[in-house]
Unconditional design. Structure first.
Length: 431
């Protein structure tokens, strides 16, 4: 172990359930507490934005503008965020991110409660929060191996996968729905700012982080370090194949889910409202918890790349039902299934990066993952509203359900991923 973490005997380790073993480490507990509050705040923010736009009388196209602004912030900042995670204290970087979120969400809340919030202001704040998000997860992912034993990384990724749906897709949206129903969207913005503030407090109580290990090229320019990360990406078949799939997968799913799903619940179902939409999101969250916990409690599949891509591609198939049903409970069942499969795949993916990517490149590769897989997210957001209004929400979701499995099978076959899995069993991988 590094960073002065306390070691435990084999008997003590076995006394902990596998999925909970990372919690033996104090610094990991603090980091996870911060992440939980941050995810909860993000869930509040996302749903509050939806109902703020609706309160202004806006539709899918108008919501697309706000969502696109946020995703542009993510894409433009992702690569710089990865370099920053490899060059500076990741702990300090996370604190800066949370401070930006506190200011952004707090400003939106004050303006909304005072009746002064305008659409262009919401677009700007969404951009700032998206940019902050791009710095967060490269730093978080690169920080984990310095806090935990390699055997604990799968469980840690399972914890993150569990917290994300619970906090961001279930508790946060549920709290936002209640606040909007009783008060107004501005109240949800304000509570989100408070939650981001609590996330910052957890980070402030962490012990100082050990210096980032220096290696060849640490004195190089940002552009040279970015080029090194891209070179690793293009020369590593499994990484390139997965990210090539991801960029198309995200383009197909993210826009319809974030822009069209609220209107599918409201317009297609018989009684859609804020609580129904929160219920559908909560179902996704519950599924995500189950998928993360199950994957973190098992051993990684021997065919980890194949299983991961089939979970993503196959898990999207039920999305077609949103284009057929008019029942909220069916929509919730669909998002539940997608939550299970998506979370399980993400646990595998996070562990794969931390085990097969050299430590000194992990921040940059994590940011490339963030950047490449989300590069067309603004396009997805921008197109979802107009496409949904043009061909209809029902046909759009039928297409969303049908295409990802085709893309997954193509990636598995074209890049011969089963052969790579056989040549590189994860249990034998060294760092």
């Amino acid at each position: 172990m590094t960073n002065g973490a306390v070691e435990y005997s084999g008997e003590q380790v076995r006394a902990w359930p596998k999925a909970l073993r990372p919690f033996r480490r104090r610094e990991y507990r603090m980091l996870t507490g911060s992440m939980a509050m941050s995810l909860f705040a993000s869930g509040l923010w996302l749903v509050a934005v939806v109902f703020q736009v609706m309160a202004w009388g806006g539709g899918p196209a108008r919501l697309s503008v706000v969502a696109t602004s946020s995703s542009i912030g993510v894409v433009l900042s992702a690569l710089v965020g990865g370099v920053a995670a490899d060059r500076m204290s990741r702990q300090r970087l996370l604190r800066i991110v949370e401070l930006v979120r506190v200011v952004g969400a707090g400003l939106a809340g004050v303006l909304a409660l005072a009746g002064w919030l305008q659409f262009w202001q919401l677009v700007i704040v969404a951009f700032a929060l998206g940019a902050a998000e791009a710095f967060y997860f490269p730093a978080y992912s690169a920080m984990l191996p310095s806090l935990l034993h390699p055997d604990e990384l799968l469980a840690a990724n399972g914890v993150e996968g569990s917290l994300r749906p619970v906090a961001q897709q279930a508790l946060g949206p549920a709290a936002a729905g209640a606040l909007v129903a009783v008060f107004m969207p501005g109240a949800a913005f304000g509570v989100a700012a408070l939650a981001y503030g609590l996330a910052l407090v957890f980070l402030l109580f962490m012990k100082p982080e050990a210096p980032v290990a220096e290696g060849p090229g640490d004195d190089e320019s940002v552009l040279r370090q970015l080029r090194e990360g891209f070179t690793f990406l293009f020369r590593t078949g499994w990484l390139f194949a997965t990210l090539a799939f991801s960029i198309l997968y995200v383009t197909l799913l993210v826009g319809p889910l974030e822009v069209l799903l609220p209107f599918a619940v409201r317009d297609i179902s018989a009684s859609g409202g804020p609580k129904d939409y929160a219920f559908v999101l909560a179902a996704y969250g519950v599924g995500g918890v189950l998928g993360s916990v199950l994957m973190a409690s098992w051993r990684l599949p021997r065919r980890y790349l194949t299983v991961m891509l089939l979970l993503w591609g196959g898990g999207a198939i039920p999305m077609a039902l949103i284009g057929i049903t008019d029942r909220v409970w069916v929509m919730a069942a669909v998002t539940f299934v997608d939550g299970v499969t998506n979370a399980a795949a993400l646990v595998i993916w996070g562990t794969l990066l931390q085990r097969r990517v050299p430590t000194r490149l992990l921040g940059r590769v994590s940011s490339l993952d963030f950047f490449v897989s989300l590069a067309l997210m603004p396009v997805s957001m921008a197109l979802a509203g107009p496409v949904g209004e043009s061909i209809g929400i029902r046909p759009t979701f039928i297409l969303v359900g049908a295409l990802p499995i085709v893309l997954a099978l193509t990636a598995i076959v074209a890049w011969r991923l089963p052969r790579d899995e056989k040549a590189h069993p994860l249990s034998a991988t060294t760092r």
